[in-house]
Write a protein that binds this ligand. Structure first.
Ligand code: ADE
Length: 444
């Protein structure tokens, strides 16, 4: 794995990365860690990286041009990788996320500092935002070290598999208690089973103690941990009552099967039942007559939340082509009557003869989440790119075949499902929607 870290304080990483497991993993070539000083991309005499906030107020904001240049340059150093911003506003970091990140070939970590990064850097360059807890640190450096430590120890060969398999959170449970010599200490003896040599019995005892600990200390984890029938029976003897399988329902306000599938991929791991208007026998279409994505997404979400009585997620998205003054924009799907292919051929004709550097464009997605009571929240995701010379690829829908991601050299329609779910405007917006859903559904 390769990890690139963008920071204003590279010196902070020296100690933690030159000791213990991370150091060994680096020495054994299991991970390469590169530190980049954001200040190296400042261009003025004083190497300025921050500026005062528009609108006034305390603190300084990291400047978008400097960060943009730094991120672009670091991205280009090796294979494509998600840019992860460490921020208290991010998705909570936990063992499952560490395991997910350990499966990626490369990560780019961006450490914010001062009051934070300019909002446009977040929208244009950041793929994921991660928080290590509900408290505020001086910057993203310590959180980046925490993330690196948690990820690196999961890389193949770094630790032995047995110790990984047993440890807390590995299987969604806390770990069983450990003992070593002497057999009696402070008047307390080691549980006899551990001295018995019966491996199967020891494993059973440990599993039960892990279940007991989790029940006593973190019963919330039991709701999502994979439990066997035997585990459940044991937990019931402790007084645990099995939660009924009544996952709350989230309505996905879309009649587009491609879009619904994307949302199932993006949000399917949340403990929610994702339903569509069609599945509920509801009329799914709401006229999109607004002038902004925001207006359309909010109207759709509010209308369907009211009709269904369910918390509802709706989006509006579109393609913005700079050479066309931002068209098709929020009216992308109404831009031209006809099929997707007719629409993108029309757009290609309009750009005929234009060189690549003048074909810049972006996909934008606004997600609105509404409650039946009429509350509504919105988030946005942007995927920058360029209009290709000709359509390529068979995946996705809409303008995907002509939207090129220059860093990959492929169109959106040529991405694997996994890549699209990482990079697309919808994926980026969905990541930002997750904390709102967590809060509205009290998922913790
Ligand atoms: N930056 C400042 N505080 C943070 C936190 N709790 N998690 C991630 N990044 C941060």
């Amino acid at each position: 794995m390769r990890i690139d870290i963008l920071t204003l304080f590279p010196g902070m990483f020296t100690g933690p990365f030159s000791e213990s497991i991370v150091r060994r993993a680096v020495e054994e070539g299991r991970v390469q860690i590169f530190l980049h000083n954001i200040r190296d991309w400042a261009t003025d005499r004083h190497r300025t990286v921050d500026d005062t906030p528009y609108g006034g107020g305390a603190g300084m904001v990291l400047k978008p041009e400097v960060l943009g240049r730094a991120i672009r340059a670091v991205r280009a150093l090796a294979e494509p990788a998600p840019v992860i911003l460490l921020t208290p506003q991010g998705r909570p970091f936990h063992q499952r996320l560490a395991a997910e990140l350990a499966g990626r070939p490369r990560l780019i970590l961006l450490c914010g500092h001062y009051e934070g990064v300019d909002e446009r850097v977040r929208l244009l360059h950041v793929d994921e935002e991660v928080s290590i807890g509900d408290y505020v640190l001086t910057g993203g450096e310590l959180p980046a070290m925490v993330l690196v430590d948690a990820v690196v120890r999961l890389l193949p060969g770094v630790l032995d598999q047995e110790s990984l398999a047993a440890e807390s959170h590995h299987q969604g449970l806390l770990e069983y208690p450990h003992y070593t010599r002497p057999a009696t200490y402070g008047g307390l003896t080691v549980p006899p089973i551990l001295l018995s040599g019966h491996h199967a019995e020891i494993a059973r005892w440990r599993r039960r103690e892990a279940l007991r600990r989790t029940f006593l200390r973190r019963p919330d984890l039991l709701a999502v941990a994979p439990l066997t029938a035997e585990d459940r029976a044991f937990l019931r003897t402790l007084g645990w009552t099995e939660p009924a399988d009544s996952r709350p329902r989230l309505l996905l306000a879309s009649a587009n099967p491609g879009k619904v599938q994307e949302y199932r991929d993006l949000l399917g791991d949340l403990p929610l039942e994702l339903v569509t208007p069609a599945e509920l026998g509801l009329e799914g279409e709401v006229e999109e007559s607004g002038d902004t994505y925001q207006e359309n997404a909010c109207r759709k979400a509010l209308t369907l939340a009211r009709r269904s009585g369910l918390i509802t997620l709706a989006d509006d998205s579109g393609l913005e082509v700079d050479a066309l003054g931002g068209a098709p924009g929020p009216r992308s799907h109404r831009y031209q009557a006809g099929s997707d292919a007719e629409r993108y051929r029309h757009l290609l004709q309009q750009l005929e003869g234009l060189p690549p550097e003048r074909r810049t464009a972006r996909f934008r997605c606004v997600i609105a989440i509404a409650t039946p009571e009429g509350e509504v929240y919105t988030v946005e995701g942007v995927c920058p790119g360029r209009i290709a010379a000709e359509p390529r690829g068979t995946g996705g829908f809409g303008y995907d075949p002509i939207f090129l991601l220059p860093e990959l050299g492929r169109t959106m329609a040529e991405l694997s499902r996994e890549e699209k779910n990482r990079l697309s405007h919808r994926a980026r917006a969905a990541r930002r929607a997750r904390p709102i859903l967590r809060q509205l559904f009290a998922l913790g």
